[in-house]
Ligand binder design. Structure first.
Ligand code: AMP
Length: 122
Protein backbone atom coordinates (compact mmCIF):
# COMPACT_ATOMS: atom_id res chain seq x y z
CA UNK A 1 0.00 0.00 0.00
CA UNK A 2 1.15 3.50 -0.87
CA UNK A 3 2.45 5.60 2.07
CA UNK A 4 0.07 8.44 2.89
CA UNK A 5 1.58 11.82 3.75
CA UNK A 6 -0.59 13.83 6.13
CA UNK A 7 -0.87 17.55 5.35
CA UNK A 8 -1.03 19.40 8.72
CA UNK A 9 -2.42 22.48 6.96
CA UNK A 10 -5.60 20.84 5.72
CA UNK A 11 -8.79 22.60 6.81
CA UNK A 12 -9.90 19.97 9.33
CA UNK A 13 -6.48 20.04 11.03
CA UNK A 14 -6.98 23.80 11.41
CA UNK A 15 -10.44 23.22 12.91
CA UNK A 16 -9.00 20.71 15.42
CA UNK A 17 -6.30 23.22 16.41
CA UNK A 18 -8.97 25.93 16.83
CA UNK A 19 -7.41 28.10 14.10
CA UNK A 20 -10.70 28.28 12.20
CA UNK A 21 -14.19 27.93 13.68
CA UNK A 22 -16.73 25.18 13.24
CA UNK A 23 -20.30 24.61 14.38
CA UNK A 24 -19.56 21.89 16.90
CA UNK A 25 -22.07 19.16 17.74
CA UNK A 26 -19.97 16.86 19.91
CA UNK A 27 -16.44 16.20 21.10
CA UNK A 28 -14.53 13.53 23.00
CA UNK A 29 -10.79 13.10 23.64
CA UNK A 30 -10.37 11.34 20.28
CA UNK A 31 -13.06 12.85 18.02
CA UNK A 32 -14.79 16.03 16.94
CA UNK A 33 -18.18 16.27 15.22
CA UNK A 34 -19.39 19.42 13.48
CA UNK A 35 -21.92 20.54 10.87
CA UNK A 36 -20.89 20.47 7.21
CA UNK A 37 -20.49 23.97 5.79
CA UNK A 38 -22.30 22.95 2.58
CA UNK A 39 -25.03 20.56 3.74
CA UNK A 40 -26.31 18.00 1.24
CA UNK A 41 -29.30 16.98 3.39
CA UNK A 42 -31.33 18.50 6.27
CA UNK A 43 -28.93 16.71 8.62
CA UNK A 44 -25.29 16.68 7.49
CA UNK A 45 -22.51 16.41 10.05
CA UNK A 46 -18.87 15.37 9.79
CA UNK A 47 -17.23 13.08 12.35
CA UNK A 48 -13.43 13.27 12.45
CA UNK A 49 -10.67 11.76 14.58
CA UNK A 50 -8.43 14.30 16.33
CA UNK A 51 -5.37 12.29 15.33
CA UNK A 52 -3.60 12.96 12.04
CA UNK A 53 -5.05 10.41 9.62
CA UNK A 54 -5.50 11.02 5.91
CA UNK A 55 -8.36 8.61 5.28
CA UNK A 56 -9.88 5.27 6.26
CA UNK A 57 -6.91 3.38 4.78
CA UNK A 58 -4.56 5.31 7.03
CA UNK A 59 -6.83 5.22 10.10
CA UNK A 60 -7.56 1.51 9.94
CA UNK A 61 -3.84 0.79 9.51
CA UNK A 62 -2.36 3.08 12.17
CA UNK A 63 -4.95 4.24 14.71
CA UNK A 64 -5.11 2.54 18.11
CA UNK A 65 -8.08 0.34 18.92
CA UNK A 66 -9.15 3.03 21.42
CA UNK A 67 -9.19 5.70 18.67
CA UNK A 68 -11.05 3.38 16.29
CA UNK A 69 -13.66 2.53 18.94
CA UNK A 70 -14.06 6.22 19.80
CA UNK A 71 -14.68 7.04 16.12
CA UNK A 72 -17.49 4.48 15.84
CA UNK A 73 -18.97 5.62 19.15
CA UNK A 74 -18.88 9.24 17.94
CA UNK A 75 -20.83 8.27 14.81
CA UNK A 76 -23.45 6.61 17.00
CA UNK A 77 -23.70 9.68 19.22
CA UNK A 78 -23.99 11.96 16.18
CA UNK A 79 -26.96 9.93 14.92
CA UNK A 80 -28.70 10.35 18.27
CA UNK A 81 -27.78 14.01 18.86
CA UNK A 82 -28.95 15.11 15.40
CA UNK A 83 -32.16 13.06 15.54
CA UNK A 84 -31.11 11.09 12.45
CA UNK A 85 -31.31 7.93 14.58
CA UNK A 86 -35.11 7.82 14.28
CA UNK A 87 -35.73 8.03 10.54
CA UNK A 88 -32.52 6.47 9.25
CA UNK A 89 -29.40 7.93 7.76
CA UNK A 90 -26.31 7.24 5.63
CA UNK A 91 -22.66 7.20 6.67
CA UNK A 92 -20.13 7.91 3.91
CA UNK A 93 -16.38 8.18 4.04
CA UNK A 94 -14.77 9.16 0.76
CA UNK A 95 -11.26 7.85 0.15
CA UNK A 96 -8.76 9.12 -2.40
CA UNK A 97 -9.29 9.91 -6.06
CA UNK A 98 -11.96 7.36 -6.98
CA UNK A 99 -13.79 8.25 -3.75
CA UNK A 100 -13.71 11.98 -4.61
CA UNK A 101 -12.23 12.88 -1.23
CA UNK A 102 -11.63 16.64 -1.04
CA UNK A 103 -10.29 17.17 2.47
CA UNK A 104 -7.29 14.92 3.27
CA UNK A 105 -8.22 14.25 6.91
CA UNK A 106 -10.42 11.23 7.64
CA UNK A 107 -14.07 12.16 8.01
CA UNK A 108 -17.38 10.35 8.03
CA UNK A 109 -20.37 12.20 6.59
CA UNK A 110 -23.65 11.49 8.38
CA UNK A 111 -26.61 12.43 6.17
CA UNK A 112 -30.24 12.24 7.22
CA UNK A 113 -33.44 14.13 7.88
CA UNK A 114 -34.98 13.00 4.58
CA UNK A 115 -34.66 10.06 2.21
CA UNK A 116 -31.03 10.04 1.04
CA UNK A 117 -31.88 8.19 -2.19
CA UNK A 118 -29.99 5.41 -3.91
CA UNK A 119 -26.45 4.52 -2.95
CA UNK A 120 -25.16 6.18 -6.13
CA UNK A 121 -26.43 7.85 -9.29
CA UNK A 122 -25.05 6.83 -12.67
P1 AMP B 1 -15.07 15.11 1.03
O1 AMP B 1 -15.36 15.31 -0.42
O2 AMP B 1 -15.59 13.77 1.53
O3 AMP B 1 -13.61 15.31 1.36
O4 AMP B 1 -15.93 16.18 1.81
C1 AMP B 1 -15.42 17.32 2.41
C2 AMP B 1 -16.56 18.03 3.09
O5 AMP B 1 -16.04 19.02 3.94
C3 AMP B 1 -17.54 18.73 2.13
O6 AMP B 1 -18.86 18.21 2.34
C4 AMP B 1 -17.43 20.21 2.53
O7 AMP B 1 -18.66 20.89 2.43
C5 AMP B 1 -16.94 20.10 3.95
N1 AMP B 1 -16.21 21.26 4.46
C6 AMP B 1 -15.16 21.89 3.87
N2 AMP B 1 -14.72 22.90 4.63
C7 AMP B 1 -15.50 22.90 5.76
C8 AMP B 1 -15.54 23.70 6.93
N3 AMP B 1 -14.69 24.72 7.13
N4 AMP B 1 -16.48 23.41 7.87
C9 AMP B 1 -17.34 22.41 7.68
N5 AMP B 1 -17.35 21.61 6.60
C10 AMP B 1 -16.44 21.86 5.64
Amino acid sequence: MKDLLYDPNNIFAKIIRGEIPCKKLDECPHTLTFFDINPQAPIHVLIIPKGSYVDMNDFSSRASIEEQAAFIAAIGRAAKLTGAFEGGYRIISNVGGFGHQEVPHLHAHLLGGESIGPIRSR
